[in-house]
Design a protein around this ligand. Structure first.
Ligand code: DP6
Length: 326
């Protein structure tokens, strides 16, 4: 007998970053983080559990993946199999819907979609909060992709209470312009980068302390629907995270010349009265948090340096949901 489910999950961008684990096996973070789920970037995943399958298989964008990638998926599915007390194997098919040339494929939407599909296919009936603790063990940022809008990942005290909490549906005038600076594979993965920072950067303890304050402040800004404050806290938090990497041994940075160009354009727009704030993750791409109603104006300014295909405007996205197979 086969059991299948098809689920969509959107990616998210952290406004207060997760950068560092206190437990690497369980993906427990050093600090709570807060993100915005994005409408434009998502992953659709179909999972079929079937007793007739000899082993797990994984297809990404129509291509069968090798042993290493498939093992990652198997390890993640084991969490669900253990919960269900079964050894049944699965075929996983994922499609990443990321605008071409963006280079923004994300482990957040991937593991959130897989978690959602495995949960449904095995009939586990995990509630969203519990499901987020499962998604977390695929990739930390996936914890937050279970919900839409603004989402907090509460660091918790143990594996069971380190979960996502919906904060606000972000149904106000909010958007993001993504500047896809380049799509080369990163030299330092986020997993390795955060580990090196925790272990060697003298700035790291200060980062954790200030992130604790930032999360309280940003939640207050969201409650007050204070966009300017939200943007200021976002930009400052991201910069502090990147500062910790410069203090690591050996030091590293994800920035490229074009990242700085994008940041300068956003700063110049701000001087002209357009509220827009930048944040960057473990890569050179720049995300400009803005009012959705001003996103097109910001895009026009960026077009003076970047080509159309590198610029993506998105509004806040929804949480995971089941899809009907075609
Ligand atoms: C800079 O979630 O990719 O994007 O948990 O090791 O899979 P793992 O890391 P990942 O790290 C994301 C780091 C970040 C900040 C964030 O999304 O909060």
């Amino acid at each position: 007998m086969s059991k299948k489910a098809y689920v969509r999950a959107h990616t998210n961008i952290a406004l207060i970053k997760y950068w560092g684990k206190r437990d690497e096996t369980d993906f427990l973070p050093m600090n709570s983080s807060l993100s915005m789920t994005l409408d434009k970037l998502y992953t659709d995943t179909m999972v079929v559990f079937d007793e007739a399958l000899p082993q797990d298989s994984f297809y990404l964008n129509g291509e069968k993946q090798g042993e290493k990638e498939t093992q990652k998926i198997s390890k993640f599915l084991n969490l669900f199999r253990e919960e269900k007390n079964t050894a049944i194997r699965a075929r996983v098919e994922s499609i990443n819907h990321v605008p071409t040339a963006a280079g923004l494929a994300s482990s957040a939407s991937a593991f959130a979609a897989l978690a959602g599909a495995a949960n449904l296919a095995l009939g586990l009936d995990l509630d969203p909060q519990r499901l987020s603790t499962f998604a977390r063990r695929g990739s930390g940022s996936a914890t937050r992709s279970i919900y839409g809008g603004f989402v907090e990942w509460d660091m918790g005290t143990c594996s069971d209470d380190s979960f996502a909490v919906p904060v606000d549906d972000a149904g106000w005038d909010i958007g993001m312009v993504i500047v896809a600076v380049n799509q080369k594979a990163k030299e330092v993965s986020s997993r390795i980068g955060m580990k090196r920072t925790v272990e060697t950067s003298p700035f790291y303890p200060a980062w954790v302390e200030s992130a604790k304050r930032d999360i309280l402040d940003i939640k207050a800004a969201i409650a007050a629907k204070d966009f300017i404050r939200l943007g200021e806290i976002t930009e400052a938090n991201g910069m502090k995270m990147h500062g910790t990497m410069l203090g690591a041994e050996p030091p590293f940075s994800y920035w490229e010349p074009d990242s700085i160009v994008a940041i300068k354009i956003a700063q110049a727009l701000r001087k002209q009265g357009i509220a827009c704030y930048v944040t960057m993750d473990a890569g050179p791409n720049v995300k400009v948090l803005c009012r959705l109603s001003q996103a097109e104006t910001i895009k026009q300014a960026l077009l003076e340096h970047f080509t159309e295909d590198k610029l993506i405007i998105t509004k806040p996205g929804k949480g995971i949901r089941e899809l009907t197979p075609a």
